[in-house]
Design a protein around this ligand. Structure first.
Ligand SMILES: NC(=O)c1ccc[n+]([C@@H]2O[C@H](COP(=O)([O-])OP(=O)(O)OC[C@H]3O[C@@H](n4cnc5c(N)ncnc54)[C@H](OP(=O)(O)O)[C@@H]3O)[C@@H](O)[C@H]2O)c1
Length: 254
């Protein structure tokens, strides 16, 4: 059964002193999460493919007086193992450890009958949504293991928990994300200091949601800000002891 912490109230120093990587930090939910994590004291590493968007988030965090963030430009589509290892080297040099990753970057691909799904697009979605994040995680595990209390959050979706017609590679990539989380959570259990969970944001007012549901009135949806309590709870120490679980950032819509 999944769980939701939408009423959680984070203390101001929740993430003080923590170093947290957010993927897809330039837009949508990742952007808001990066800003919120910094607001609660974290040094945030902003990873994404569009530098100008990351720079805007950087400026916003600095203007709000948050800890100085870092920008790490990376496109999961073309990234190689070498890129991930270079990243580990850079983070190791700068911070020496990592206290959390919000795996948030994703591609929707297209919503279409499977008979018409283009193989190139299928591969692209699997690359960005699961393969890239998997190999990046493998590279970063030694840095996460150096943290006294680290949280690894993988972003899921309701179509990653129950398949839905026409959602193709996106849905399958989110099922893979759920499966990978379970495998890794069991393997990391012995550390006692690294928890691995999935989080389904639920319907949220972003450009991805608008392209999936073009006829929907976005004003009927919760914003990324509205769903942040669960993002904060799961990244911070109050979720210690929760490992291998599936969370929802908002209750199901009625
Ligand atoms: N919004 C919803 O209703 C909803 C519901 C369920 C699950 N989710 C999940 O929540 C997460 C965030 O979604 P969102 O709605 O905030 O989407 P979004 O507004 O489209 O933002 C996605 C972010 O991922 C980045 N990204 C995409 N491809 C990338 C690549 N190849 N390499 C690096 N970064 C890449 C984007 O970068 P650019 O800014 O450069 O495009 C963007 O910053 C996703 O995992 C999504 O599957 C969302």
């Amino acid at each position: 059964m999944s769980q939701c912490m939408i009423d959680y109230q984070a203390p101001d120093d929740l993430l003080k002193g923590r170093v947290i990587l957010v993927t897809g930090a330039g837009d949508g939910i990742g952007r808001t999460a990066a800003i919120q994590y910094a607001r609660y004291g974290a040094t945030v590493i902003l990873l994404g493919r569009t530098i100008s968007k990351l720079e805007k988030v950087y400026d916003e965090i600095e203007a709000a007086g948050g800890p100085q963030p870092a920008i790490f430009p990376l496109n999961f589509e073309g990234a190689t193992l070498k890129d991930y290892h270079d990243m580990v080297e850079a983070l190791n040099k700068e911070f020496g450890r990592l206290d959390g990753i919000l795996h948030n970057a994703s591609l929707l691909g297209t919503i279409t009958p499977f008979e018409q799904y283009a193989p190139e697009l299928w591969d692209q979605v699997m690359q960005v949504n699961i393969n890239g994040p998997v190999w990046m995680t493998q590279a970063l595990l030694p840095l996460l293991a150096r943290s006294e209390d680290a949280s690894l959050i993988f972003t899921s979706s309701s179509v990653g928990r129950k398949g839905r017609a026409y959602w193709g590679a996106y849905s399958v990539s989110k099922f893979a994300t759920e499966g990978f989380m379970e495998v890794l959570a069991e393997e990391m259990e012995h550390l006692g200091s690294l928890r691995v969970n999935t989080l389904n944001p639920g319907a949220t007012r972003t450009s991805m949601r608008a392209s999936a549901y073009p006829a929907e009135d976005p004003m009927t949806l919760r914003t990324a800000e509205d769903i942040m309590p669960t993002y904060l709870w799961l990244m911070g120490p109050d979720s210690k002891g929760h490992n291998g679980k599936k969370f929802d950032a908002q209750p199901p819509r009625t």
